[in-house]
Write a protein that binds this ligand. Structure first.
Ligand code: C2E
Ligand code: MG
Length: 704
């Protein structure tokens, strides 16, 4: 009996020990464990489970596991049906259920805890229905999160609008996304294993690879603009971000290139840039750009000491046109005006729509103060030609104000303000005219312009007259030739000297027509003298450098000689240094053609102007004409005497004849004879006269 009692006590003690061991194990293992009874009620919860669930066991024990404040979801986010709960399934079926993934919402943490649940039913000996179920929970939240991130990254990789390609550490492409193919036309196959550089366009700076390497070295990412190739279409600009992917030891393993096509963006940007600096209606530069250009140009002008001008234009009575015909017609007129102004200015000038019906022209590097007036007059003239807008014939005019740099202002604002003030004066003066900021300049420039337009009409009005001045042999005093000298009988100013109007004719290009007229009439006169049987040897005709350069001069001379039936040997052309200035093959060729035809060439005004001695060797001239400025005081100014002597020696050394211009006295004549000069011309013999003057007879002109 005692033995019996001892045995059962021993058994109880052993059981107690084993239970204690079991409890300690249950409490202290890392695995979260929960026991549920046959009804699904929680009976026991270990520490690990408490920690995992973030709930004290009191809140769990005695309640159904699913009811204990959890919102339970499946992997796809749908609610977890109660009957599918692994513990209840095990209780129902008597079988273990493994690895069911459940998302348990924790209200305190406000996030889901993802667990893999195993439940094992436990049976009492001889029973078929489990009396309890052991449930273990394994935390798989991290794994779920990274799985989620990965699948999210994969979704992004393939659905994002930006092109992505990934390279390995050696910059060889290993993967591309769908957008990459859409944007570049290249498939994964096309680019696999190729260097990232393969996708670069030639439009990139050659150093882009170096720059990219430098930029990514030591930093995690680089952003910038790269021009990219397209498989079949045009290269395009891309905005690219390159990010480095590092392994756990901090070494770069991959590079991810994300880029978008920014062609459209750039176009918009360019367009916006254009709009910021241009007037949308006329497409002309606006005030901002004008100011910028003037500012910039004035800096240069200041450095180079050049002149510039601002022309301020206002369309006269524009408001009336707008009110009468409407804004569409007004806009059309402004566009037409802009076009006309642009057609008249030089390439380097800036035309700007300044405001409403105001335009500003900026002329840089002008040759002289009067030249802007020429443009102003052309602008006024072009405005006077009617414009046809939307079926309306509009007759308009403009008033122009001119300010000059540096005289009227040293900065942009002052120049524009003063041009504007001058424009107001033009309005006051009756519109349709121009005014300089300085009144004297207005008068001078206006005179020049009106003279220019009068000169243009001189031919048809028969106002040009040729005078002739004898040229004599200094030894014999006999007539050797006659120089033709043009004059203009101005309708109001009377007889004008060529010194007053030849420069204007040269500047406007009218010299070509004028020169042709002179040549034609001089040759005709020579023809007449010859027809009268008179012994005239030569007719000398002055040729302007501009005339020589601009027209097909050789052909004109030949044609005139033909039409007047004059032998070329009777013609002598007096050319100034300017005619040879360019020293071009074309010039030399033309001069040689004239000489080959039998025409004599003389260098006029020798000793002044820009004649290079080099040309004396290249040009087949026959005579040098010493400028009158040396002759006027050849007796009193030792320098001029020396120069005259030198020119004569030079001419003779080169087997050229020398003629002195401007001999007014016997003493001058004697001096020149002593110096060995061949011919002379001047008031001593005769001033320029009309062809029927009897001075020619006095000097020996007589029938042969
Ligand atoms: P130039 O060819 O040197 O002509 C000589 C100028 O000196 C002429 O002036 C003449 O009247 C003037 N002159 C003549 N003798 C004397 C004198 O003894 N003393 C002084 N002080 N002057 C004298 P003009 O006729 O006024 O012509 C001036 C210039 O106009 C000419 O200089 C010539 O360069 C140019 N010119 C005249 N006619 C023509 C022409 O038909 N075509 C071109 N392109 N230029 C012309
Ligand atoms: Mg001459």
């Amino acid at each position: 009996m005692i033995l019996q009692l001892t045995k059962s006590k021993l058994a109880i003690d052993t059981l107690r020990i084993s239970e204690a061991k079991y409890r300690s194990l249950f409490e202290n293992i890392d695995q979260s464990v929960i026991y549920l009874d046959a009804t699904g009620m929680v009976m026991a919860v270990n520490q690990a489970a408490e920690q995992l669930l973030g709930l004290p066991r009191d809140m769990l024990i005695g309640r159904k596991f699913v009811d204990s404040c959890f919102n339970v979801i499946k992997e796809d986010g749908s609610d977890f049906p109660e009957e599918q709960q692994p513990s209840l399934l095990s209780l129902r079926t008597g079988k273990p259920v493994e690895g069911v993934v459940m998302g348990l919402f924790n209200t305190e943490r406000q996030s889901y805890l993802w667990v893999a649940v195993h439940s094992v039913p436990e049976f009492r000996v001889g029973e078929h229905q489990p009396h309890q179920v052991l449930m273990t929970l394994t935390d798989i939240t991290r794994q779920k999160q990274s799985e989620g991130k990965l699948s999210m990254a994969s979704v992004i990789f393939n659905n994002i609008g930006e092109g992505i390609f990934v390279t390995d550490k050696d910059k060889k492409i290993i993967s591309v996304n769908e957008a990459f193919t859409t944007i570049t036309g290249f498939t994964q196959q096309d680019v696999y294993g190729k260097s990232a550089h393969f996708l670069h366009s030639k439009k990139n700076n050659l150093k882009i690879d170096d720059e990219l390497n430098k930029a990514t070295e030591g930093v995690n990412s680089w952003q910038g603009e790269i021009w990219r190739r397209h498989k079949i279409s045009m290269d395009f600009p891309s905005w690219t971000t390159v990010s480095e992917v590092k392994n756990s030891s901090g070494e770069a393993t991959h590079y991810v290139h994300v880029f978008m096509d920014i062609t459209h963006f750039k176009k918009t940007q360019d367009h916006l840039g254009f709009l910021a600096y241009h007037d949308p209606l006329t497409k002309l530069p606006n005030r901002l750009l004008l100011k910028d250009r003037i500012d910039h140009s004035l800096q240069n002008a200041l450095r180079e000491g050049s002149q510039a001008a601002v022309l301020f234009l206002d369309i006269d009575r524009f408001k009336g046109i707008n009110d009468t015909y409407g804004h569409t017609v007004g806009d059309g007129l402004l566009r037409e005006t802009a076009k006309r102004i642009k057609n008249l200015v030089r390439k380097e000038d800036t035309v700007s729509r300044y405001a409403g019906d105001e335009f500003v022209v900026f002329m840089e590097n002008i040759p002289d103060a009067k030249s802007p007036a020429k443009l102003a007059q052309k602008l006024i003239d072009t405005f006077n030609t009617p414009a046809y807008i939307k079926g309306y014939r509009l007759k308009i005019s403009t008033s122009v104000g001119i300010s000059l740099f540096p005289q009227n202002g040293k900065d942009t604002d002052t120049l524009i303000k003063n041009a504007d003030a001058a424009m107001y004066r033009a309005k006051k003066e009756g519109r349709n005219n121009f005014q300089y900021y300085s009144q004297e300049l207005t008068t001078e420039a206006s005179e020049k312009i009106s003279m220019e337009s009068a000169l243009r009409q001189s031919l048809e009005r028969h106002e040009l007259i040729l005078y002739y001045q004898p040229q004599v042999c200094l030894k014999t005093g006999k007539l050797v030739g006659v120089e033709s000298l043009v004059r203009w009988m101005h309708p109001t100013l009377g007889l004008m000297s060529p010194r007053q109007f030849i420069p204007i004719a040269e500047e406007s290009g009218f010299i070509v027509a004028l020169g042709e007229w002179v040549l034609q009439n001089a040759c005709l006169q020579m023809r007449r003298w010859l027809d009268q049987g008179l012994n005239v040897n030569k007719i000398a005709v002055n040729v302007s450098a501009v005339q020589f350069a601009r027209s097909d001069f050789v052909a004109t001379v030949e044609q005139i000689l033909q039409s007047t039936k004059l032998a070329p040997s009777y013609l002598e052309l007096e050319l100034t240094g300017g005619s040879f200035m360019d020293n071009s093959e074309q010039t030399i060729k033309a001069l040689n053609q004239l000489v080959a035809a039998g025409i004599d060439l003389t260098i006029d005004d020798f000793g002044v102007g820009c004649f290079s001695f080099n040309n004396l060797k290249r040009i087949p001239v026959k005579k040098l004409k010493i400028n009158s400025s040396f002759i006027v005081d050849v007796l009193t100014n030792i320098n001029n005497e020396t120069i005259t002597r030198a020119v004569i020696a030079l001419g003779h050394g080169l087997h050229l004849q020398v003629i002195a211009m401007g001999i007014e006295s016997k003493a001058q004549q004697n001096c020149l004879v002593n110096l060995g000069c061949d011919e002379g011309q001047g008031y001593l013999y005769s001033s320029p006269v009309l062809p029927w003057s009897n001075i020619f007879q006095q000097l020996g002109m007589k029938p042969k």
